[in-house]
Design a protein around this ligand. Structure first.
Ligand SMILES: Cc1cc2nc3c(=O)[nH]c(=O)nc-3n(C[C@H](O)[C@H](O)[C@H](O)COP(=O)(O)OP(=O)(O)OC[C@H]3O[C@@H](n4cnc5c(N)ncnc54)[C@H](O)[C@@H]3O)c2cc1C
Ligand code: FES
Length: 336
């Protein structure tokens, strides 16, 4: 039996306007979660993930903070249609953009751009409350009017003098974030720190490049992507390269079954789309399990699996956004 990756009704208890296009939704939900994790919502006939801005250690309610994307389906609907008392369907929390065990005393350096501050705010609150780690945060926004959590962060810095340093970067005053600005946050002993990065793709690329060039080890840089890094096929796995595949992928979704020729380097999710289906997915990074399906014929290898337990994998469940066939013929069945 697959674990509980299903959807649960939760009631909105209150809605807070953070900026003209950002709202926080507090939820009447009792899920255990870790700072930095996200919920996946079923809304408008599709799925979207939103990170918790609340901290399990310092906040009594679970909250998500949603920026309205111009023309965006779900964020637009959440902003215009939702009211306190409404009920939403969400998964249990998931994600691995979290504080690491054994990091006591290690500096936490965070770079957040725009709505990327959401999981970072959660991480910062938890790190301050549960550890003695020094925390340095660069919070970048286009202007002070739309700087998310600016006053809350200032209040937190005042509450933890010497522990939390926040630099509010405002594009209209400082221009776009530069490498020099990113590198200025890196402590002299760079290997002693953990680095958290979340924001628009160019912002994250700049920070990641800067940290790597400064010699920070890859495993010390934790990145949360709100949009997939590579919307196209991920790099083929070694197995896929070694085994040129000429077989087929059969997809079974909501009672319909279609077969397409197998393509090396293509995930099962991509094959299902190529077959003309609109299969479920949200994060496309192996975290949320909304794309899970069961292999009934053949085998596949997942690039990343931060959502399924070992016994589920043993039963044939795969994250289709991460799984590439390793046998010539595979059949994948979406069971929800
Ligand atoms: C793990 C994770 C955590 C996340 N956490 C947060 C969070 O805490 N806060 C947050 O605000 N977001 C977060 N996101 C992003 C969020 O899930 C959504 O991607 C975001 O809200 C946009 O969804 P949407 O339905 O509003 O927009 P979509 O409808 O998906 O549109 C996205 C973009 O495509 C454009 N577009 C839409 N339709 C068309 C069309 N027909 N033609 C051309 N362009 C089009 C839109 O203009 C927009 O620019 C997270 C994402 C992930 C994966
Ligand atoms: S879409 Fe989230 S794990 Fe595949």
């Amino acid at each position: 039996m697959a674990r509980d990756h299903g959807f649960h009704p939760v009631r909105i208890t209150r809605i807070i306007d953070e900026t003209p296009d950002v709202r926080t939704f507090s939820l009447d939900a009792q899920f255990p979660y870790r700072a930095g994790q996200f919920l996946t919502f079923k809304a408008c006939g599709t799925l979207r993930s939103y990170s918790m801005s609340s901290s399990p250690e310092t906040d009594t309610e679970i909250s998500v903070t949603v920026k309205r994307v111009p023309g965006g389906l779900v964020s637009g609907w959440m902003h215009t249609e939702l009211r306190a008392g409404d009920v939403l369907e969400v998964t249990r929390p998931s994600g691995s953009f979290c504080l690491r065990a054994g990091a006591a005393g290690r500096p936490l350096i965070a770079y957040a751009g725009g709505s990327g501050i959401t999981p970072v705010f959660s991480l910062v609150k938890s790190a301050l409350a549960t550890t003695d780690r020094p925390v340095v945060l660069l919070s970048a926004h286009p202007s002070a009017q739309i700087s998310i959590f600016q006053s809350s962060l200032d209040a937190l810095a005042a509450r933890y003098p010497g522990r939390l340093v926040v630099r509010h970067h405002l594009d209209d005053r400082h221009g776009l974030v530069t490498r020099q600005e990113a590198v200025a946050l890196v402590p002299r002993q760079a290997q002693d720190a953990d680095f958290y990065v979340c924001g628009p793709a160019p912002f994250m690329a700049l920070v990641e490049d800067t940290l790597t060039a400064r010699g920070v080890a890859e495993d010390r840089i934790l990145i949360e992507r709100f949009t997939p890094a590579q919307p196209s096929a991920p790099a083929p796995s070694a197995e896929a390269v070694v085994l040129p595949v000429t077989g087929s992928v059969t997809v079974d979704l909501r009672g319909q079954r279609r077969t397409v020729p197998q393509r090396t380097g293509e995930t099962l999710l991509q094959s299902a789309r190529r077959a003309g289906f609109t299969p479920p997915f949200s994060c496309e990074s192996g975290e949320c399990a909304t794309c899970m399906a069961r292999l009934t014929v053949g085998e596949a290898k997942m690039h990343v699996n931060n959502a399924l337990a070992d016994d589920e994998v043993a039963e044939g469940w795969v994250l289709t956004c991460q799984a590439e066939p390793t046998t010539p013929d595979v059949t994948v069945v979406y069971e929800n």
